[in-house]
Design a protein around this ligand. Structure first.
Ligand code: FDA
Length: 309
C-alpha cells in the first residue's frame, strides 16, 4: 500500500516542483544521488573506482514533453560521454528513452539515441537503455533492436516482475546483446506483472540462471543478498568465471554488500545518478524500502529542531 502511494506520488508534478526547491528534500536526495553537476558525479565515480568498483552514469530525467527538451537531453548525454572519456574514469552511461522523447514518438527517441551512439562510438563507450514502466517495453525494445543493428555498444534492461520477460530475454540473448536484469521499480497491474514479491524473486533467479549460462556479459542488478548468494552458487556449480558477468547496485544502497563483492573478486558496477531532476528517482527508492521514510522523518525533525533553537 505504502509502495503504491509513494510510486503514485513520484509522478506528481506539483510535488516534484515543491520537493526540488525544498532544502530538506534536497539533502535527503543526496543519499541516493551523487549531486547536481557532472563534476559532483565525476567525484563520486573517482571514489568508487578507487575502491575497485566501476560505474554507470545516469543524468536524471524522464518524460520530456517537447522535441526541444528531448534534443537537449541527447546533447547533454553527448557531453557527458565526452567527459567520461576526457577524465579517464571507469564508467559507462545509462539513460531512459522517455528523456529522449519516447512519449513524442519512437522516431524522436531513435533519432536522439543515434546522436548519443555516434558520440559514444569513437571511445566505444557502452550505453545502457534503462527499462521504464510496462507501457514502454515494446517501444523501448523496438528502439533498442534498431540501434543494435548498427551499434554493438548498446545494451538494455529487463524486469523480472513482468510475465513477458522470459520471452524478451530470449530475443536479446539470441541477438548477442547485453542485458541488465532487475526486479522492476514501477507500479504494474496483475494483467502484466507478478504482484507477489516471492514470484518476482523466483522469476529473477530463473532469468539469472539463463543469463549466466547463455548471455554475453550479463549484469545482475539487485541488492537482494539471497539472490546474490544464489547467483554466486550457480556460477560456482557451473564453473562460470567471475570475469563473465557483473553485479550492479545503486549509488548509496547496501555499500557493505558492494564492498564485500569487490573483496571477493566479483565485478561490481555502481549506478550513479546525478542532476536536478532527482524527484521521481528518489521517490522510487523510497518506495522500495519504506524504512527510508523514517530516515526522511528524522531529517525533517532535525530541521524543525534546528529552526526552533
Ligand atoms: P529488494 O527491493 O527486495 O531489496 C533487497 C534489499 O536491498 C532490501 O532488503 C534492502 O536491504 C536493500 N534495498 C533495496 N532497495 C533499497 C532502497 N531503495 N533503499 C535502501 N535499501 C534498499 N528498475 C527498473 O524498473 N528499470 C531499470 O532500468 C532499473 N535499473 C536499475 C539499475 C541498477 C543497477 C539497480 C540495482 C536497480 C535498477 N532498477 C531498475 C531498480 C530495481 O528494479 C529495483 O526496484 C531495486 O533494485 C530494488 O530491488 P532489489 O533487487 O534491490 O530487491
Amino acid at each position: 500500500m505504502l509502495r503504491q502511494t509513494l510510486i503514485r506520488l513520484s509522478q506528481q508534478e506539483q510535488l516534484r516542483e515543491l520537493a526540488t526547491r525544498n532544502v530538506v528534500a534536497r539533502s535527503i536526495a543526496r543519499r541516493f544521488v551523487a549531486g547536481e553537476t557532472i563534476d559532483d558525479a565525476l567525484g563520486a565515480i573517482r571514489e568508487l573506482n578507487g575502491r575497485g568498483m566501476s560505474a554507470t552514469l545516469d543524468n536524471l530525467g524522464e518524460n520530456v514533453s517537447s522535441e526541444e527538451e528531448a534534443r537537449e537531453a541527447a546533447e547533454a548525454y553527448c557531453r557527458i560521454i565526452r567527459s567520461i572519456n576526457d577524465n579517464g574514469v571507469n564508467c559507462n552511461a545509462s539513460l531512459k528513452l522517455t528523456q529522449f522523447g519516447l512519449d513524442l514518438g519512437e522516431a524522436v527517441a531513435l533519432d536522439n539515441m543515434r546522436r548519443v551512439m555516434e558520440a559514444a562510438a569513437p571511445h566505444d563507450t557502452f550505453v545502457r537503455i534503462d527499462m521504464e514502466s510496462s507501457d514502454y517495453v515494446d517501444r523501448t525494445l523496438s528502439v533498442f533492436f534498431d540501434l543494435w543493428s548498427t551499434h554493438k555498444n548498446v545494451g538494455v534492461v529487463l524486469q523480472s516482475c513482468l510475465y513477458r520477460t522470459a520471452e524478451d530475454l530470449e530475443r536479446v540473448i539470441d541477438a548477442g546483446a547485453r542485458v541488465r536484469l532487475v526486479k522492476g521499480a514501477y507500479l504494474e497491474p496483475a494483467s502484466v506483472a507478478y504482484q507477489d514479491k516471492r514470484d518476482v524473486d523466483e522469476n529473477f533467479m530463473r532469468l539469472t540462471r539463463t543469463l549466466l549460462d547463455r548471455a554475453a556479459y550479463p549484469a545482475i542488478g539487485t541488492h537482494d543478498c539471497a539472490l546474490i548468494d544464489a547467483a554466486k552458487e550457480w556460477t560456482r556449480e557451473r564453473g562460470i568465471e567471475q570475469s563473465r558477468f557483473e553485479f550492479q547496485m545503486l549509488y548509496g544502497i547496501r555499500r557493505d554488500v558492494q564492498a564485500q563483492l569487490v573483496a571477493e573478486g566479483y565485478n561490481l558496477r555502481v549506478y550513479v545518478p546525478f542532476g536536478t531532476h532527482w524527484y521521481p528517482y528518489m521517490m522510487r527508492r523510497m518506495a522500495e524500502r519504506p524504512a527510508n521514510i523514517f530516515f526522511v522523518l528524522e531529517n525533517l525533525a532535525r530541521e524543525v529542531r534546528s529552526a526552533r533553537s
